[in-house]
Design a protein around this ligand. Structure first.
Ligand SMILES: [Zn+2]
Length: 95
């Protein structure tokens, strides 16, 4: 037992900073193909560097958010597949 090991039980997954929130927020636009290439590249670069972001990322949550943003009632299967593929690509690149 070391004094450094404090029994901190946090209900929140440890986040690497506000940069993460920003990146995740922009990721929705990124997946929605709304970002200009330079912005998209920034999001991609962050996710490539930041494994917590990527692992925390939930396809269903993204699909819901994108659907809400675009005022559609339901996510087209195509959108779901596209998001899933994008995330798979990002995950593969971080390995
Ligand atoms: Zn991050």
């Amino acid at each position: 037992m070391s004094a450094d090991e404090e029994p901190t039980v946090s209900p929140v997954v440890e986040h690497c900073g506000s940069e993460c929130d920003e990146a995740l927020d922009r990721l929705f636009a990124f997946l929605d193909s709304e970002l200009v290439p330079s912005d998209a590249e920034q999001v991609r670069a962050h996710l490539a560097d930041c494994r917590p972001c990527l692992e925390e990322f939930d396809v269903e949550a993204v699909v819901k958010k994108v659907v809400r943003r675009s005022c559609q009632e339901a996510a087209p299967a195509e959108l779901r597949v596209r998001i899933h593929e994008q995330l798979m690509v990002l995950r593969v690149h971080t390995d």
